[in-house]
Design a protein around this ligand. Structure first.
Ligand code: ZN
Length: 329
């Protein structure tokens, strides 16, 4: 069977003791490990050495140990995935924004292929199949209709937390909610992704209500709440949470985590409102609103924090009048 890990010929391996570590070179902290040991070298080695600790192997046997570990890693065999499609050449490359929107017909499901290596993914395939079947029974034209386009009026800017899936908790269907989710439901003014998404949602998709949605027990806000003002490691997560850490230290000392979660929602409502897209939209007289909501994990209910920003409504909105999706879907 073909392998793609540690299957290179020995001639391509970094010579032992050369000073340059092979990035594919495994190390075993509790060496000698209970793994199959190759024939000749290992038997002589084991007959000569009875190490008390890894430290005792560190000097004279370094090069030999590395060779031995190299040999042992050769026994690790992992099936390769199907070959990747050819990489596009520059001549073939096209701007993805220019691709014509021609939906492909859904592939016919002939039978369910088990994925024995990952039964947890097999379970997802199975539950997806059952879900699609139930939706087809309830609304035979539903999936076909979704291929024709989208026109959601709601842009949900929520947290990535797995317990806050916007379409589920709002009781809506696919196609009803345009979504950005990240750590602690943030719209950072300099975030290219967030700004591009907001612009696309408001100016092209036609979203008219932007909901910045926080939630109780938010891990990102809890981490920020417990973080000192300075002294944290320079990591992507810490950098992304920096505005909330700053916010936490601007709140009164006695403020709770829930206070911080709510303040973070209001801060990001202001960030959205101050964005170039919203300023342009409101400058054109567009009836677009930014709201701040809070989802309570303990009850499953959302609550309006009363910090909506936008122009006075011209007339009562009838934009969200479609019936909610049945719970079973
Ligand atoms: Zn969260």
């Amino acid at each position: 069977m073909s392998t793609y890990i540690n299957s290179r010929p020995m001639s391509n391996r970094t010579p032992s003791g050369s000073g340059t570590r092979d990035p594919f070179h495994f190390t075993y902290p509790s060496f000698p490990a209970p793994l199959p040991i190759p024939s000749s070298k290992s038997s002589s080695f084991l007959s000569q050495q009875q190490p008390q600790s890894s430290q005792s192997l560190s000097s004279t046997n370094d090069s030999f140990l590395e060779e031995l570990i190299d040999d042992m890693t050769l026994s690790v065999s992992v099936p390769i995935p199907p070959s990747s499609p050819a990489v596009h050449t520059p001549a073939e490359y096209r701007n993805p924004l220019d691709f014509p929107v021609t939906p492909k017909p859904a592939p016919e499901i002939v039978k369910r292929e088990p994925m024995s290596r990952w039964p947890e993914l097999d379970a997802l395939m199975w539950s997806n199949l059952k879900w699609a079947e139930r939706v087809n029974e309830a609304e035979p034209k539903f999936f076909e209709a979704t291929t024709e386009g989208q026109a959601p009026k709601i842009l949900w800017m929520g947290c990535a937390d797995s317990r806050v899936p916007e379409t589920v908790l709002l009781g809506r269907k696919p196609g009803d909610v345009f979504v950005q989710r990240n750590v602690a439901n943030q719209f950072q003014p300099d975030d290219t992704s967030s700004n591009a998404l907001l612009n696309y949602a408001v100016m092209f998709v036609g979203c008219t209500h932007i909901i910045v949605a926080g939630h109780t027990c938010c891990g990102g806000c809890i981490a920020a709440y417990e973080s000192p003002r300075t002294g944290n490691p320079d990591t992507h997560l810490h950098n992304f949470l920096a505005p909330i850490i700053k916010l936490r230290h601007e709140l009164p000392e006695e403020s709770s985590v829930d206070d911080l979660i709510e303040a973070n929602v209001k801060l990001n409502v202001e960030n959205v409102a101050n964005s170039q897209t919203m300023q342009e939209a409101w400058g054109k007289g567009m009836q677009v609103y930014v709201h701040g909501w809070m989802y309570d994990l303990g009850s499953g209910r959302v609550r309006d924090l009363g910090c909506t920003m936008g122009p006075p409504p011209k007339e009562p909105s009838a934009q969200i009048s479609t019936p909610a999706i049945p719970t079973k879907l």
